[in-house]
Design a protein around this ligand. Structure first.
Ligand code: ZN
Ligand code: ZN
Length: 346
């Protein structure tokens, strides 16, 4: 089959004769439609792996993926050939301390489609039927891979404890930020979006943000209290992962409010605990998605509460995935949200 295979640092190759996979018990064979590539894929490509150095074996990337069921492993009864599905990309063990406590996003032995296992940037893939979420007709093949970042947003919003009528701010209006904005709105909050990029702010406004601020020019620390209730947002969700943005989240949230950190910044950042604690602020991390998060993401896209079409910047075939997908994401004038790579299941 055709596939984009990572052989090591900076060594991603298009191959036309990669061995076809076959499903084991409980798995399905998927004919992949599209996978969207994100910054994590770019980092994996540059580093030759993720989490603990370079991968030892060539591996197919693509963790934001969708496909059509093309074959059933032994014992699969919940799906049939021809079903369209989104791939829930984390395969938790179900047995560890965290899984048994219902915190499977912290699983000690999690496997990932496109990280530890072959992913979706290929004609075919295999994955457990239990992690293939059936798509309703109202979600197109192009929209389906965006269920992955939406599931991350669902988890962050759930972690925030936001309530109907609350005010919220989202720091960073990339794909995760723009879907987080919409999930917060679906949960009943009014949202201020914050991003230095004019195009991202314009899209945030189009998607319903009550205001879109430039963190450099607009001084959110002064403007946010005016835009909310005099004290700052009830909830701030940080999705930018830039130096200082997690601190901004902790600073800008109102006293007694909650800051949820989704983006990863490698550099250590200093927080004044006395100020945060005196104000009874809660600062928490949010990682991946929790139990049921993926299905909720699919439901939100299906119902139109989360709109993902404007986040698809280009659709390119597998054959062109490296020059028109990965390499385009590297350009300094990165003018893209997500690029879909795939042949639409044909
Ligand atoms: Zn991703
Ligand atoms: Zn586990």
């Amino acid at each position: 089959m055709k596939a984009l295979v990572l052989h090591g640092r900076n060594d991603l190759r298009y191959e036309s004769d990669f061995p076809d996979p076959s499903p084991t018990a409980g798995e399905v064979l998927l004919r992949m439609t599209y996978s969207s590539i994100c910054q994590t894929d770019i980092e994996i490509w540059k580093r030759g792996g993720i989490g603990g150095g370079e991968w030892s074996q060539p591996r197919i990337q693509g963790h934001e993926a969708a496909g059509i069921v093309a074959g059933l492993g032994k014992g699969v009864t919940t799906l049939k050939v021809g079903d369209r599905v989104a791939v829930e990309n984390v395969r938790t063990c179900g047995l560890c301390f965290f899984c048994r406590r219902g915190q499977s996003q912290l699983c000690e032995h999690g496997r990932n489609f496109g990280f530890t296992d072959h992913g979706g940037l290929a004609e075919l893939a295999v994955w457990p039927a239990s992690l293939c979420i059936k798509l309703p007709d109202s979600i197109s093949n192009e929209e389906a891979p965006l269920a992955e970042p939406t599931s991350v947003a669902v988890h962050a919003v759930t972690n925030s404890g936001v309530q109907v009528g609350d005010t919220a701010a989202v720091i960073g209006c990339g794909v995760v930020g723009l879907v987080t904005l919409q999930v917060l709105q679906a949960a009943g909050a009014r949202v201020v979006a914050i991003d230095p990029r004019p195009d991202s702010r314009a899209l945030a406004t189009r998607l319903g943000a009550m205001a879109a601020l430039d963190p450099v020019k607009d001084e959110p620390s002064k403007l946010l209290p005016d835009l909310t209730n005099g004290f700052g947002p009830d909830v701030v969700i940080e999705t930018a992962g830039a130096t200082g943005t997690a601190l901004n989240a902790a600073q800008w949230v109102r006293r007694g409010g909650k800051a949820v950190i989704v983006g990863f910044a490698a550099e250590p950042q200093e927080l004044s605990f006395s100020r945060a604690f005196m104000g009874e602020k809660v600062v928490m991390g949010s990682s991946g998605t929790g139990i049921g998060g993926y299905q909720k993401a699919v439901n939100l896209i299906a119902s139109g509460k989360v709109v993902v079409k404007p986040l698809i910047s280009a659709v390119v075939p597998l054959e062109r995935g490296i020059p028109d997908g990965f390499e385009r994401m590297l350009r300094p004038t990165k003018d893209v949200f997500r690029i879909l790579v795939g042949n639409g299941g044909r």
